[in-house]
Ligand binder design. Structure first.
Ligand SMILES: Nc1ncnc2c1ncn2[C@@H]1O[C@H](COP(=O)(O)OP(=O)(O)OP(=O)(O)O)[C@@H](O)[C@H]1O
Length: 264
């Protein structure tokens, strides 16, 4: 399933935070959204998983307007991993994952044996099966993240929208999670801070700065030293991985910009 973000602007509390963004993730592609803190990544993604309505533009799934769909229908197509989520109080990890089945359930709302199998499979795939009986709030940050990803997978969506999915995960878990996401075959739109991980795991990248897309394309075409200096304020060196030859980025701080606005 394809997701099109078409000329989307987003206003929050009377301020325009996202300006006229057009972005497309074709079926089965992993598309990364990278940009500095406060550049608008989460705001755009919140609009893509319909926690926010766009002030202008549309989000479409295979051409159908997501914000015009029923909530359950939208949730059968698209699952999200928000950056923060506060709805899990008082639930076990297994119950949190079972919430992912709600868009598929009718009648009593009780999970069927088939629903439970899907949930178990999702917990297995994210290496979180041993956490099933634990109170969600008692889990570590990384454990919570794995359970929330299991919930998204249990939803059996065709599109995944992930806001910093590697948050709280140790390096091995980060690599594992991104491989899992990639191998899922789903269409993925994900914000990532780690540019090396983004370059390796994404088919395409969009760079956002000041609420606007400033570059897009194949990762190593996009992540050039000039753009990284301009957008992230760092000096980047591109070096080949000693075994695979894949380009890796090494970073230094740039001297403070003399054209930066000064505070009185
Ligand atoms: N409810 C709000 N009211 C006012 N400003 C907001 C609100 N939500 C977000 N912002 C501002 O909008 C800008 C974009 O925020 P957003 O969370 O989308 O950035 P981000 O790129 O995801 O940042 P980070 O990398 O730090 O997570 C920031 O300056 C933020 O302070």
């Amino acid at each position: 399933m394809r997701i099109d973000i078409d000329a989307v602007s987003v206003d929050v509390a009377g301020a325009r935070l996202v300006h006229d963004i057009t972005l497309r993730a074709d079926s089965g592609r992993v598309v990364g959204l990278v940009g500095p803190n406060g550049s608008g990544k989460s705001t755009l993604l919140r609009c893509a998983y319909r926690a926010l309505r766009p002030a202008a533009g549309t989000v479409r799934l295979d051409g159908a307007d997501l914000h015009a769909m029923g909530v359950r229908e939208g949730a059968r197509h698209l699952a999200a991993l928000p950056q923060e989520s506060a709805t899990e109080f008082g639930f076990t990890a297994a119950e949190v994952v079972a919430m992912g089945r709600l868009p598929h359930q009718r009648g009593s709302g009780r999970p069927s044996a088939a629903d439970l199998r899907v949930c178990e499979d999702a917990l297995d795939r994210t290496g979180a099966a041993h956490l099933a009986g634990r109170a969600f709030l008692s889990l570590s940050g990384g454990e919570k993240q794995r359970v929330l990803i299991a919930r998204a997978l249990a939803q059996e969506p065709r599109v995944l929208v992930l806001d910093e999915p590697t948050n709280h995960l140790d390096i091995a878990q980060q690599l594992e999670l991104l491989a899992l996401v990639r191998d899922s075959g789903l269409t993925v739109l994900t914000a990532l801070h780690d540019l090396n991980l983004a370059a390796v795991h994404c088919d395409e990248l969009y760079v956002i700065s000041g609420g606007r897309i400033v570059a897009s394309g194949a990762p190593h075409d996009v992540l050039g030293p000039e753009l990284l200096a301009e957008v992230f304020g760092v000096r980047a060196h591109r070096v080949p991985h000693p075994e695979t030859g894949a380009v890796q980025l090494l970073f230094d701080r740039l001297p403070a910009r003399t054209d930066a606005p000064t505070t009185p």
